[in-house]
Write a protein that binds this ligand. Sequence first.
Ligand SMILES: Cc1ncc(C[n+]2csc(CCOP(=O)(O)OP(=O)(O)O)c2C)c(N)n1
Ligand code: SF4
Length: 422
Amino acid sequence: MSRKFLEDGELPYCKGCGHSLVANNIDIALQKNNYSILDIIIVTDIGCHGIIDKSFKTHTIHGLHGRSVALASGISAGTSNPKKKVIVLVGDGGATIGMQHIIDAAHNNFNITVIVHNNMLYGMTGGQPSEFTPYGFKTTTTPEGTNRNGYDLCKLAAIAGASFVSRVIGNVDFSDVLSKAFAAKGFSLVEVMEICPSYGVKANPGMKLKNILDAAGLEVKTFVNKETRSFETNIRTNVKRLLNDNENIPVKYKSNIDKPVNILISGSAGEGVQSAAEIFAKAAVSSGLNVSKKGNYPVTVGVGFSSSDIIISPEEILFTGTKDPDIIIITSKEGLDYSSAIIKNSDKGIIFYDSSVSMPETKATLIKYDFRKRVPAKNVSLYALLYYVDYSKVFPLDAVIETLKNDKLSSKLELNKLLDFS
Ligand SMILES: Cc1ncc(C[n+]2csc(CCOP(=O)(O)OP(=O)(O)O)c2C)c(N)n1
Ligand code: SF4
C-alpha cells in the first residue's frame, strides 16, 4: 500500500528504529478507515518519536514533554466535528511524565487515540530508564539492569475507563489493531513494544522482546474493546451572561471630567468596599463615562483589607493599572496599612481619610472626615464615595442616587444619612 498520510521518502529515525514501523502502520490504518488527510490531528510529545511531525501531511501539533495527552484532550473536547480524529504519539518517557493525564483522559473517555512508543527507555536523551522499563532491562544509567518492573500501562488505562486498549509487538503489521483503536468511540490506547537499536539493543545484546515481555508479565493482547459513553462537551447556550446587568445602563447624566481620574478606595473586609465601588462605577457609566474597576483583597475574603481601583474616563480605558492614583479614599486602619506605600509616594493626589487613622507623611493633599462616626461600618465605603462625588462633582450625585435606588442594597440603606455631609 502506498503512503497517503506520510510524505514519501525516509523517516527521520535511526536505522531499525521501531518508531518507523509505528508511523507506517498509522498510515495504513488511517487508509483502512477512509480518513481524509485534514481530518487527522496528530499531537506529538517530546522524544525521538516526536520528530515525525514534518513527515505527516496531516495537522500536527508538538506538545510539551508528557503533556501531549492533555493537549489532545483539550483539542478533542473543543471540536464538535465527529469526523476529526485526534491521535497522540508519545514515548514511554512522555507517558511516565504525563501518566496522570493518560489516566484522566481514559477516565473521562476523551475522543482520542494514544499510541505509546514503548522502547522501555528515554531514547532522545541517551537511553535512561522510564517507569515502564521492565525488571532486568539494562539502560545507560542502570547498567546492572533495572531492579523493579515497570507499570502495566494497558491495565491502568483499562481500569481507568478506556474504550479500547491493546498491547502489540512493534515488529509486525499491527495496522488492524490501530484501525480498531481509531474507530473506537472515546479513549483508545495502543502500546507498541519496541527495542531502541541505538541504546536498548546495545545494552541488552541478544535479548528478545517477547522474552522480556513474558518475564515482566506484560501480555500482548487487546485488554478492552467496548462501546462506552465518550466525553461530550456540554455547550450551554441558555445561560445568563455575567455582564447582562451592566450592558443596559442608559446614559442620563453628564460628567464634568475631561480626562481620566484614577481612584483608589481602601477599607476593611465587610465594609462594602466592592459593592460601593460597583455602585460608583455604574453611576459613572450612567453619566456617559468609561469605567474600569479592579478589586484587591486577601484570599481570606472575610478578614483584612479590601480595596478597589476605579478609573473613570471620558476616553476609552486601555490600561487599568496606576501607581499614583489621583484620588485615594481611606476608610479604615486596614485600608491605610494596605495603601500606605502608595500614600507615601503620592505627590499629586488628594486623599480623603477617616479621622480614626493617622496619615503617614505624603505630598498629597489631605482631607480628613468622620466617615466612620456618621454611618454604620458596613456603609462607610459607600458614604465615603458619595462624599467624594459631592465634593468633586465628577458626575451628579443624582446618578449615584438613581443607581442605588435600582440596586438590591437600596432597601437596607438610610439614604438621608448617606447624603448628609454637613
Ligand atoms: C518536562 C521535561 N522533562 C525532561 C525533558 C528531557 N527529555 C527530552 S526527550 C526525553 C526522553 C524522551 O523519551 P521518550 O518519551 O520515551 O521518547 P523516545 O525518545 O524514546 O522516543 C527527556 C527526558 C524534557 N524535554 N521535558
Ligand atoms: S535513539 Fe533509539 S528511539 Fe531514538 S530514533 Fe534512534 S533508535 Fe529510535
